[in-house]
Design a protein around this ligand. Sequence first.
Ligand code: S3P
Length: 180
Amino acid sequence: MQDLPNLILVGPMGAGKSTIGRLLAAELSREFYDSDHEIQARCGADIPWIFDVEGEAGFRQREAHMIDELTQLESVVIATGGGAVLREDNRRRLRERGTVVYLFTTVEQQLKRVAKDRNRPLLQRPDREATLREMFELRDPLYRATADVVVRTDRRSPRAVVNEIVRRIQRLVDPLQAKA
Ligand code: S3P
């Protein structure tokens, strides 16, 4: 897969975007960028601090800039934050500048994966399950509208998910070769 477009992972918190993105990039010998990680490095502060000081609106502004910047790179793998699809301008850039993979996961699986999390400001609330369900209702259609491919991640190893992504992308990029 020489002429690989950017591969962009979207999906909710706890879907495994960073782990799977890193593995996928290694598998394809591509650079990997994690949008949240880049935002923190650029600003010299972690995400809870940004939410505290600048509010969610401030974070979303930084996130939109980062998505604009990262999607202008070529042939890289990008993991986005779970809320990246909320803004129409982000969705458009993601769609236009790469092949977008939605890592679908259930709320049950998310709850297991984020059980001890202290770094996600939107989850520091008493009822995490209700919060995640509300987010799912709002965001699942947005992930689907942005994605070229939807891949299930629940109860599957990161390696199995990566293998499926590679197969599905191959089919998109070169349908004839994938059939051979
Ligand atoms: C967010 C998800 C987080 C991070 C921020 C907001 C969201 O990223 O961007 O805490 O709105 O769902 P992950 O999806 O990598 O946890």
